[in-house]
Structures are given as C-alpha cells and as structure tokens.
Write a protein that binds this ligand. Structure first.
Ligand code: HEM
Length: 454
C-alpha cells in the first residue's frame, strides 16, 4: 500500500491512540462530537490505518454501489485467528462473489422460515424455569438463546446433550479470544504452549475438531436435512465442485462469530427499550395477544408493530457501528479524491441519527417505521452492497420470534431506572450492565391455555 499524506485526507481529531481510546469507551458521544465539529466526512486514525467516516446518504450510495473489486478487507489479521483464512468475511472480488452465491440461499425464503420452530422452542425452553420474583440479566438470556439457535439451525445439532457439548466448547473458544492478541500482532506466537495466543489456538483447535465431527455426522443424510450445514454440504459452485471441509469449517466459525453476539445484543437492547416505554410495551403486547393462542412463526413475524420495534432498536443501537471498505485504488467521494490505502467507513451510528431522516433521532419511536420507508442508504444496520450481511433476514426473523415469545410468556420489569450506557464489546455496542430485569408474573401458554406453535 502506498504511504498516505495526512494532509490529503479530510480533517478529524488529532492523535492516534486517544481517538481509539475514546471510541472504545464511548463511541456514541465521540462520534457525535466529531461529526458536529468536522462535518461529513472526517478522518480518524486507528491502529490499522486511516478511517474516513461518512454517513451522508449520497456517499453511502456511492460506496455501496461501487465496484467492490476495488476494495480490500480492513484489518483482516485481527479476525483471521477466529474465522480462518477461507471465511467469506475475508474473501474479495471473484472469490467473494463465488462464496456468496453458495451461502446466500439457505438464509432466504421458505428455507429460512423452517428455522422458526427451533427459534420459538429454544426461547420457550430457556424461560420455562423462570418464576415471579426471579431476577435475570437480559443479555445473558438472549446470548444463551441465540447461541443455541445457531447450534441447532446452522450446525444442525439435535440432541440436548450434543447442544450442551457445543455450547461449552464454543464458550471456551469465545473466552480464549483475548483482545491483546488482536491489537498486538507480535503476541500471535505460541511461545512453547503458554500465553494468550497458545490458549486461543488450543480452544479454537478443539472447536474446529468438534465441527469436523459434526460435518462427518451430518454428511450421510445431508440431502434430507434442513440445517445450514447440510445445505453447505449439498451446495455446488458454478463449476460443479463442492465446498471443501476446510472451507465449511471456516464458514461455520464465521456464521457463529457474525451471527451470535450481534443478534443477542440487538435483542438485549430491544428488551430494554420496550420495557422502558409503557406505550410501546402495551401496543406491542396487544398486537401479539391479538394473534391468538397459537400463532405460527410466520404470523408472529408478519406483525407490523413488532417489526417496527425491531427496526427502531437496530436504528438507535446498531450493533455494528461502522462497515469498512479499504481502497486499493483512488476513489472519488462527494467530489473529493481519496487515496488508495485509506479506508472508507460508513458510519451506521451517525447515519441512523440524521435528523433529516429521523426527527428527534434520540427518541425510541417505532412508529416512524410505519409512517415511512427508509432507503438502504439511510437505514443500514446490516451494511450494504455486495457485502451486506448474509444473515440479515435470519437475524430479523429471530429477533421478532424471540422477543415475541418472551413478551407473550413473561411480564418483566427493568431493575435500572435510567437508560443503560452503550459500551463497546469487541466490535459491537452493548448495554452496560446487560439489562437487569425481574419477572413480575408468567402470562404465556399456561395463562392462555395454549402454546405458541411454530
Ligand atoms: C442483528 C443481528 C446482525 C447484525 C446487526 C449484523 C450486521 C452485519 C453487518 C453490519 C455486516 C457487514 C456488512 C457490510 O460490510 O456491508 C455483516 C456481515 C455478515 N453477517 Fe451479519 N449481522 C447480524 C446477524 C447475522 C447472522 C444471524 C448471521 C448468520 C448466521 C450473519 C452473518 C454475516 C456474514 C457471514 C457476514 C459477512 C458478509 C460478507 O462479508 O460478504 N449476521 N453483518
């Protein structure tokens, strides 16, 4: 990459370390402050290079519709130890397009909807033991639910005992991912089996071995099964070749990394926001109750206010704050030529708080999604263009079903009065404290005499 002159880039906060620390501590406050001071675009210096932040819909359109062959992946070395080099997240150009053609179909249409049953049943089982007076941390509940949903629907694990083995192995792999390893490349050596990288490697190796055993178990009956692993085993590239086991392992690790924490945190924010606003809560519960005692997963997912609540949650607290495109050749954006080597970051947080599109942007107002339609360059919690989130439909479907099932079964109250501060968790934004709640009463299946059917 050519060296870049700082003077050729838009202005922005000074220094290299301090802006990074600010963004780790309180991204909302500092992005808003710099946006007000420098306007769109501004430049932040990160440990992995220059980031040119933009959120203007025209620039976002230009970037998402540009030829993606001219972009590289930003900071691939930081996530490769977790997902492997063959991950769709790290592929570019023709290889990326080829992989997307294979990974896309299982996440759409009727196939994706087949996972509704597992989503509802997993949620019901996770809250079955809760009684009035019990305390819970919303984020821990949603993390456990979303992990189990991935293990069942993506990895195709069926028995409760096998689900537990997968959960334990995955949690150990997640815990082993010390941030030190990601920020300091020289730590990425095993040093005779000790140190954070050796721990990470050992936990990842155990996870990979488990995935290989699961692939072997699923393969003989893949044609009859509906899980995403089976569909990967059955899929063929344009030249008729199947995916190699090594590629499948990397994609399974990628789907876990990209799909578990993101959905869980979005759900934790939704639990907080819905219970903080009495009018929203009552309207949502009335809509869900009106579906009758045993609505199908599709009927739940079609409830318009429920969808608006999920979209407004993703608008106000987008879990992924920015999506990055690293330039391999100069790009003209809003009349300005940006040099190769710089990275353009679509700032989702700022785009979602533009008052021109979202009056009173700080307010949680799900109705806004019923009043008008937002363009993909105004509302983009799942990114955009050829790299847009593969699991977007799956994630929104899961959010709706999990939230609806919890609200239909339990009456909960928040323990904290004030809204939680958003804090950085790796690349995502989580509610500080994890949304502490208490069960007021059970209201679901037993109260109405019927279950939520898939
Ligand atoms: C609320 C939950 C989720 C959010 C907010 C989210 C958000 C995102 C974002 C912003 C991107 C980057 C898009 C871009 O660069 O333009 C992305 C990529 C991706 N997501 Fe999601 N995601 C969620 C759930 C999921 C789920 C459930 C899965 C799969 C099980 C998934 C799989 C992926 C994959 C594989 C990519 C990489 C796509 C590529 O590089 O071509 N995500 N996601």
């Amino acid at each position: 990459m050519p060296r870049i002159k700082r003077s050729s880039l838009p202005p922005g906060p000074r220094g290299r370390l301090l802006p990074t620390i600010h963004l780790l501590r309180d991204p909302l406050k500092h992005f808003a402050k710099w946006a007000a001071r420098y306007g769109d675009p501004f430049t932040v210096v990160s440990p992995s290079g220059y980031l040119i932040e933009t959120w203007d819909p025209e620039s976002v359109r230009a970037l998402f519709t540009a030829n993606h062959d001219a972009f590289a992946v930003f900071g691939p070395e930081t996530i490769e130890p977790l997902i492997g080099a063959r991950s769709v997240l790290l592929l570019v150009g023709q290889e990326h397009r080829r992989e997307r053609r294979l990974l896309g179909p299982p996440f759409h249409g009727a196939r994706m909807r087949a996972y509704g049953e597992a989503m509802v049943e997993t949620t019901r089982a996770a809250i079955a033991g809760l009684s009035p007076g019990d305390r819970l941390v919303g984020m821990e509940l949603t993390q456990s639910i979303s992990l189990e949903i991935i293990i069942r629907t993506v990895f195709g694990v069926a028995s409760a005992a096998d689900v537990d083995v997968h959960k334990a192995t995955i949690l150990a792999a997640i815990e082993s991912a010390s941030p030190l390893v990601f920020f300091f490349p020289w730590l990425r050596h095993e040093f005779g089996g000790i140190g954070p990288y050796a721990r990470l490697k050992a936990a990842q190796d155990r996870f990979i071995a488990l995935l290989r055993r699961q692939i072997a178990a699923v393969r003989p009956r893949a044609a009859e099964r509906e899980d995403i692993l089976s569909m990967m085993l059955e899929a063929r590239y344009d030249d008729g070749a199947p995916m190699s086991d090594a590629a499948i392992v990397d994609e399974l690790r990628t789907l876990l990394l990209a799909g578990h924490e993101t959905t869980a945190l979005s759900l934790a924010w939704a639990l907080d926001l819905v219970h903080r606003d009495r009018a929203v809560y009552e309207r949502l519960v009335a809509e869900l109750d009106a579906l009758g005692p045993a609505p199908s997963a599709e009927a739940i997912a079609a409830a318009p206010f429920l969808e608006a609540v999920c979209q407004e949650t993703l608008r106000l607290y987008p879990i992924v704050l920015e999506v990055m495109r690293t330039l391999t050749q100069p790009l003209t954006l809003a009349g300005r030529v940006l040099p190769a080597g710089a990275t353009v970051a679509v700032n989702i947080l700022l785009a979602h708080r533009r008052p021109e599109a979202y009056p009173d942007p700080e307010l949680f107002r799900p109705q806004r999604f019923l009043e008008r339609t937002f363009s993909p360059f105004e509302f983009m919690p799942f990114g955009g263009g050829p790299r847009r989130c593969v699991g977007a439909a799956f994630a929104l479907f899961e959010m709706k079903l999990v939230l609806a099932t919890i609200l239909r079964e339990l009456e909960l109250e928040l323990e904290l009065q004030g809204p939680p501060t958003p804090v950085r968790r790796n690349l995502t934004m989580a509610p500080k404290g994890g949304v502490r709640m208490r069960v007021r009463r059970r209201r679901g299946a037993s109260a109405r005499g019927a279950a939520v059917a898939p």
